[in-house]
Design a protein around this ligand. Structure first.
Ligand SMILES: NC(=O)c1ccc[n+]([C@@H]2O[C@H](COP(=O)([O-])OP(=O)(O)OC[C@H]3O[C@@H](n4cnc5c(N)ncnc54)[C@H](O)[C@@H]3O)[C@@H](O)[C@H]2O)c1
Length: 364
């Protein structure tokens, strides 16, 4: 990590709406750097589909190493471009960070900021405040498997679901530690152990062992299908959810619907140190949404997920009051309809983000 006292942030806008919403978040960080004098150094990287199509570059090894060595965090927009149907660059960059830096905890707050955005009957914003801990380095996303007799009537496609004792234990422990540190009293573990017997048995057994070390926290096990039903019926019964890579991905899109859509959902990719001797890792922050190709270049994408993500990053870097400030002004923007069409406003991407930044800057 940089020894200058500055916190260096690598910025990767990526593809589709990624660069435009990330640009708005970068302008927010520039205000913090220039006006509030936060010691931030911003390092914009030219990576994504355009670069890949231009010269074949995805995620060069020296960049991967430099980020780990010099940066406190990465701010990523989104990756995925129809011109690269094989998603080669997206996989290299995204998994190069998640897997390469061993960012095993994908922390996704499912928090509604306004009653108006909660689509559930008789539910209000106060009923939607869950933090999902999604395992981020294993499961079906490791890319192990293969195809056999492709293109023939007998073809076979296999994706392996990898679950290690270490991987399962550390994400479950991270969820309990988070609950303990943040005054949350309940942790729910979701799996599908009735059908996925071997992996499920490992998750269940480890959950039983870890939860015994947190007797003050109520622990609950649910099959993931039942959890989805219960989330829709009454999200207020959940506080912290821990689950595997695939289920966490799906649950948090469902959760985003309670927040006003994917334009409102932020996330962090973290490596909680296993011991004081564990090497500190760079952390990576990204909105939950993808590159939304149909919205690209139209100034309609909601920038608030990106702003909230930058806020999460500031909280992680040691400025939790600034995380709260970003959330406060995004909430006010929603309340005053100074927002994009997807959340009931009439503003474009740039104007909605500028409104938040102006209000926030006036306070600094
Ligand atoms: N972490 C990532 O970079 C990531 C995550 C998910 C999807 N993707 C990629 O993104 C591409 C598109 O995937 P998708 O369509 O399934 O998911 P998506 O998140 O891009 O879009 C899903 C829906 O949400 C809407 N949406 C997303 N972000 C929005 C925003 N900021 N404001 C308003 N509406 C928004 C879209 O219009 C669409 O209706 C694919 O290439 C996919 O692989 C990348």
């Amino acid at each position: 990590m940089a020894s200058t006292g500055k916190k260096k942030i690598a910025i990767i806008g990526g593809d589709g709406i990624g660069p435009s919403v990330t640009q708005e978040a970068v302008r927010l960080l520039e205000i913090y750097r220039d006006r509030a004098r936060l010691p931030l150094e911003l390092w914009e990287l030219d990576l994504g589909a355009d670069r890949f199509l231009r010269d074949g570059t995805t995620f060069p090894n020296q960049i991967q190493i430099a980020i780990q060595r010099e940066c406190a965090a990465v701010l990523l927009g989104a990756l995925g471009d129809p011109r690269v149907p094989g998603l080669e660059h997206a996989r290299d960059i995204l998994f190069g960070m998640r897997f390469g830096y061993d960012l095993y905890a994908n922390v996704r707050p499912v928090k509604a900021l306004s009653d108006r955005l909660v689509p559930l009957k008789d539910r209000r914003a106060k009923d939607v405040d869950i933090v999902v801990f999604r395992e981020n380095t294993e499961g079906l996303y490791v890319g192990m498997g293969g195809q056999f007799k492709r293109g023939t009537p007998d073809e076979v496609a296999i994706n392996e679901d990898v679950n290690t004792r270490k991987g399962v234990e550390r994400i479950i422990r991270a969820a309990f530690e988070y609950a303990r540190a943040h005054g949350r009293t309940k942790v729910t573990m979701a799996d599908k152990s009735n059908a996925l017997r071997y992996a499920g048995e490992l998750w269940l057994r480890v959950f039983g062992e870890v939860k015994a070390q947190y007797p003050e926290i109520i622990s609950q096990h649910l099959y993931v299908d039942a959890l989805c039903l219960l989330m829709i019926q009454d999200p207020s019964q959940f506080q912290v959810i821990v689950t595997n890579n695939l289920f966490g991905d799906i649950i948090t899109d469902l959760g985003a619907a309670f927040q006003g859509g994917l334009g409102m959902a932020a996330s962090a990719n973290l490596h909680y140190p296993a011991s004081p001797a564990d090497t500190p890792r760079v952390a990576m922050f990204e909105p939950v949404h993808g590159s939304a190709p149909p919205l690209t270049g139209k100034d309609v994408a909601n920038p608030f997920a990106a702003l909230l993500t930058a806020g999460m990053m500031l909280g992680h870097l040691g400025w939790p009051e600034e995380e709260a400030r970003v959330e406060k002004w995004v909430t006010t923007a929603i309340d005053e309809r100074m927002c994009t069409v997807d959340v009931g406003g009439t503003l474009g991407t740039r104007a909605a983000a500028a409104w938040v930044r102006e209000k926030l800057a006036a306070e600094l």
